[in-house]
Design a protein around this ligand. Structure first.
Ligand SMILES: N[C@@H](CCC(=O)N[C@@H](CS)C(=O)NCC(=O)O)C(=O)O
Length: 251
């Protein structure tokens, strides 16, 4: 089996796909695309959609973390990403689907809103990917940053409510851990889908405190010990306070 994973370094579902390839022991190359220029790069590699993870494996082109988890189980059944017991399999599929549909988009919207609103963050991201003159590159990237925020509906109202709802989403992750659907002895597709998303929240300086003391935090760090990004404090203090987060302005 030879595999090439197209990824964005900070993309949590791309990290999930990489971890699943590692679990399967499938030899693979990871190609990190240039953020903002990834759609034409993916087109050139023969993919139809704009999103990563995208995987070339055995002559097939797969796009979306859900398609990748299933294909990997077909190509290399052991160790399985979905339990063989039908009832447990259904629980894992449901948790994975929830993770992809409800949980995964949240840090993406908050991240893209943040990039569109913070020159400091744009500069540090430009620096991290080795752009020359990062301050200038960061300033020129406002239209690109806002385009990608609009593409996922990351407007003020949506992001404010994402932050407000985050404790309820983390409650759901903790419940899935408590019932044993995720965070068991053998990692499954839902572990990678949900664990990588939970891990990204720890990289947001504003949001990490929401995970403090939760089983979701240990779980996220176990699934993805190192995440390459760090998102400094850029979110409006009123939005954070509404989600129960103390801010610098609180007593
Ligand atoms: N939900 C899909 C899509 C993932 C997705 O939206 N990935 C983001 C990066 S985290 C992306 O590639 N976005 C590109 C774009 O919006 O142009 C999956 O799980 O594969």
């Amino acid at each position: 089996v030879s595999a090439k994973l197209y990824s964005l370094e900070l993309s949590h579902p791309s990290q999930a796909a990489r971890l699943m390839l590692e679990l399967k022991g499938i030899d693979h190359e990871v190609k990190d695309l240039l953020p903002g220029f990834h759609p034409p790069q993916l087109r050139l590699a023969g993919f139809r959609g704009d999103t990563v993870p995208a995987l070339k494996i055995n002559g097939r082109r797969l796009q979306s973390s859900l398609a990748i988890s299933r294909a990997l189980d077909e190509i290399q059944p052991d160790p399985p990403l979905f339990p063989r017991d039908p009832e447990r399999r259904r629980a894992v599929e449901e948790a994975e689907a929830w993770g992809e549909r409800e949980f995964q988009p949240v840090p993406r919207r908050i991240f893209r809103w943040s990039v569109g609103h913070s020159a400091d963050l744009r500069t540090s991201l430009a620096k991290a990917i080795g752009m020359p003159a990062p301050g200038l590159a960061g300033a020129m990237n406002i239209p690109i940053a806002r385009h990608f925020a609009r593409k996922v509906g990351a407007d003020d109202e949506r992001v404010r409510s994402d932050i407000l709802n985050l404790p309820a989403l983390l409650d759901h992750v903790d419940a899935l851990i408590a019932e044993g659907t995720i965070d068991g002895d053998e990692s499954n597709a839902a572990d990678f889908q949900i664990g990588t998303t939970a891990r990204v929240f720890l990289a947001f300086e504003d949001l990490a405190p929401l995970l403090e003391g939760r089983p979701a935090k240990e779980f996220a760090l176990r699934i993805l010990p190192r995440y390459p990004g760090r998102i400094q404090k850029v979110l409006p203090p009123q939005w954070l306070a509404a989600a129960g987060l103390a801010t610098a302005h609180s007593p």
